[in-house]
Each structure stands twice: as structure tokens, then as C-alpha cells.
Design a protein around this ligand. Structure first.
Ligand code: GTP
Ligand code: MG
Length: 204
């Protein structure tokens, strides 16, 4: 896939604004401040594509990015304690609306901070993905912040801390150094290939 060609498309703050899903795609989900927007910028090698902030809760809308064949959604982060109740409700309605619509979700990238055990919300997200039978990979962000030894420990710990941990794809990633980008690109390229093949078969 030509990652440079990925463009920002639109952003939506309310579920009722969301257009029906037109193209299949990938979704980036994870708690606030985990590094979703940073990962998007690194993955697509465009610095200002998604807005990054040291203040959690930066992305408050669902932002869509895409190419001719694929669409990606940057979801607003969950689990940020300091937002108002009204804002939490808006977030919940937005997420529900997003997943409830008949979307062609080819892959969910579930981001978790590599330094910490998964939060309650992280585990809730995984439960939801398993329950909905959505394909997903777990991306362990900010891996550059760990020493080689800590890294080893945390990787082993995640296998125990996550349900079905032994069977999951865990992908260490750093937006800072670019580690993990190639592995992620391989997954996305495969996804695009499958989608294009399916589309061709349907058209034939
Ligand atoms: P919300 O939009 O609030 O949900 O946050 P987000 O998940 O989009 O996080 P964002 O990409 O804005 O990053 C949050 C903070 O973490 C910023 O200060 C980033 O610079 C930092 N950060 C993100 N990824 C990495 C990483 O791989 N390594 C390091 N060292 N810092 C990172
Ligand atoms: Mg963000």
C-alpha cells in the first residue's frame, strides 16, 4: 500500500453524523494518551496527519483517514478520568454508534501501553472484540520507554494478563523510533490484498 497517499478524510463528533460504511478498513482503539494518533503519523509517515498531544483526551472525535481502497478510523481514547460525565456519555454513544452500524471492519488495532498491565477498559475492549468476533491485533505502544529487560518482562506479563494471551498477536511498537512499523505494514498490506481480492471475486 502506498502509505504516503493516505489522507485525512473527515471527523465526526456524534454517532448520528456517521455515514454508513462504504469501504472496508482498520480501526485504532485504545485508552486516551496511549499513542493512537502518534502511531497513525508514524505508520503513514506524515507528521501532522493526526493531532498528537501530551494532554490526554486530545482526540474527541472519530477521525477517518484513507486511500482508494481502505479506510482507517482513529477513535477517541477511552478511560480518561478527568472528562465530565456528559463528555463520557457522548463518547460512549459515539463508540456504540460506530460499532453498531454495519461497518466493514477488517481489523481492529487495539493499542495498549506496553509499560503497564492492561486497564479495566482495555480488558473490556478485548472482551467486546472477542464477543463481536472482530479480527484484532494488540499493539503495545511506547516500547522505547522500556529497557530490554523490562520489555521482556512486560511481554511475558501481557501473555498472562490478557485473556487468550498465549494466542494473541502482540506487536511491540514505538512511534518514537519506528520499531514495529514494518510488522504493522505487513499486516495492513495483507489486509489490503485480501480486500482487493474479495472485491475482484465479487465483481467477477
Ligand atoms: P488521545 O487522542 O487523547 O486519545 O491520545 P492518543 O492515544 O492519540 O495519544 P497521542 O498519540 O496523542 O500521544 C500521547 C502522548 O504520548 C504524546 O505526548 C506522544 O508524544 C507520546 N507518545 C506516543 N507514542 C509514543 C511512543 O511510541 N514513544 C514515546 N516515547 N512517546 C509516545
Ligand atoms: Mg489521539
Amino acid at each position: 500500500m502506498n502509505y504516503h497517499k493516505v489522507q485525512f478524510l473527515t471527523s465526526y463528533g456524534r454517532a448520528d453524523q456517521l455515514p454508513p460504511s462504504e469501504k472496508p478498513g482498520g480501526v485504532f482503539a485504545g485508552r486516551s494518551n496511549v499513542g493512537k494518533s502518534s502511531l497513525i503519523n508514524r505508520l503513514f509517515q506524515q507528521k501532522g496527519l493526526a493531532r498528537v498531544s501530551a494532554t490526554p483526551g486530545k482526540t474527541a472525535t472519530i477521525n477517518f483517514f484513507g486511500t482508494q481502497s481502505l479506510i482507517f478510523a482513529d477513535l477517541p481514547g477511552y478511560g480518561y478520568a478527568k472528562v465530565s460525565r456528559g463528555e463520557k456519555l457522548r463518547w460512549a454513544a459515539l463508540m456504540e454508534g460506530y460499532f453498531a452500524q454495519d461497518r466493514d471492519i477488517a481489523l481492529v488495532l487495539s493499542l495498549m501501553d506496553s509499560r503497564h498491565p492492561p486497564s479495566r477498559e482495555d480488558l473490556g475492549m478485548l472482551d467486546f472484540l472477542v464477543d463481536q468476533e472482530l479480527p484484532f491485533v494488540v499493539v503495545l505502544t511506547k516500547i522505547d520507554k522500556l529497557s530490554p529487560r523490562q520489555r521482556q518482562e512486560r511481554l511475558e506479563a501481557f501473555r498472562r494478563e490478557l485473556p487468550f494471551g498465549e494466542e494473541l498477536t502482540l506487536l511491540p511498537f514505538s512511534a518514537e523510533t519506528g520499531e514495529g512499523r514494518e510488522a504493522l505494514c505487513e499486516i495492513i498490506d495483507q489486509l489490503e490484498e485480501d480486500i482487493l481480492r474479495e472485491a475482484a471475486e465479487e465483481g467477477a
